[in-house]
Write a protein that binds this ligand. Structure first.
Ligand code: NAP
Length: 257
């Protein structure tokens, strides 16, 4: 059947002008899940990436649907260039997200003298190569749409330098550098790029750590919640942050000033 007249033009227009989609990596749980729910409350439909936890991702999808927004699950490993491309291509062929949050991450802590090459490489891979693969897929479309927000989740560990986290501190510090450079490249295209640096946040990632060891270091006297971080991401994605780019916003209860 022939396509209706103007179909391709309409499709191209939709691809570059649709503005209410947020793509969040590592959003099955923890900080990413809270960001997805927060942005859904702000009126965004969600493309929810995760790696392996289908049950948690499906539960987050149900919660987002209850908020009246659509949630498309997009499972892939951010370190696998080809998987990222093949998972996102069909979606990006139709629509361009307004927001990308690079949140997927993990830790492989040990003192440097005992750190294996694998632990070094895996942490670099998720935080730096993962950022590269996902962001490279989305940026040309945001540039063409001349609007977009990118938020990279980094860490106080990059700012303070945490013993036992040389790999993680280095990877997150690299991501802060990438945030600034990309912000300069994209500012004229109305694509704003910022980072959010959480301190100690209660999630699966920190469940093995004892809060009592860290509380004396935190002036506010409590560990953070995923919602504390999500609130700052929501701000950076809002019209209130229209003149903010290349910045790293700390969410750490005063742990690092
Ligand atoms: P979390 O609860 O362990 O959740 C991690 C998320 O990332 C999960 O959804 C996981 O998916 C996903 N993920 C991990 N590796 C992935 C990969 N290769 N590809 C795609 N998804 C992947 O962690 P979190 O504490 O929320 O941390 C989220 C981000 O905040 C990370 O970048 C972390 O470095 C940063 N951060 C956390 C803290 C903290 O105190 N928690 C502090 C500073 C910064 P599956 O579970 O489905 O595999």
């Amino acid at each position: 059947m022939p396509l209706p007249k103007g179909y391709l033009i309409m499709k191209e227009m939709k691809k570059y002008t649709h503005s209410n989609i947020a793509l969040i990596t590592g959003a099955s749980k923890g900080i990413g899940r809270a960001i997805a729910l927060g942005l859904a409350q702000d009126g965004y439909d969600i493309w929810l990436n995760f790696k392996s936890d289908v049950k948690a991702a499906t539960a987050a999808q149900t919660e987002i649907a209850a908020l009246g927004r659509t949630c498309t699950l997009v499972p892939f490993d951010v370190t696998e260039s080809e998987c990222v491309r093949s998972a996102l291509s069909p979606l990006l062929d139709e629509e361009t997200p307004y927001i990308l949050v690079n949140n997927a991450g993990f830790i492989r802590d040990s003192v440097f003298g005992l750190m294996s090459e694998n632990d070094w490489l895996q942490v670099m891979d998720v935080h730096l190569n993962g950022f590269f693969h996902v962001t490279r897929a989305v940026v040309p479309l945001m540039q063409r749409a001349r609007r977009g927000r990118i938020v990279n989740i980094v860490s106080a560990s990059a700012q303070v330098g945490m013993a036992g986290q040389v790999n993680y501190s280095a990877a997150k510090a690299g991501l802060i550098g990438a945030t600034k450079a990309l912000a300069r490249e994209l500012a004229r295209r109305n694509v704003l790029v910022n980072a959010v640096a959480p301190g100690f946040i209660a999630t699966d990632m920190t469940s093995a750590l004892s809060p009592q060891d860290y509380l004396p270091l935190i002036p506010q006297g409590r560990v953070g919640t995923p919602e504390d971080v999500a609130g700052c991401v929501r701000f950076l994605c809002s019209d209130m942050a229209a003149y903010v780019t290349g910045q790293t916003l700390a969410v750490n209860g005063g742990l690092y000033m």
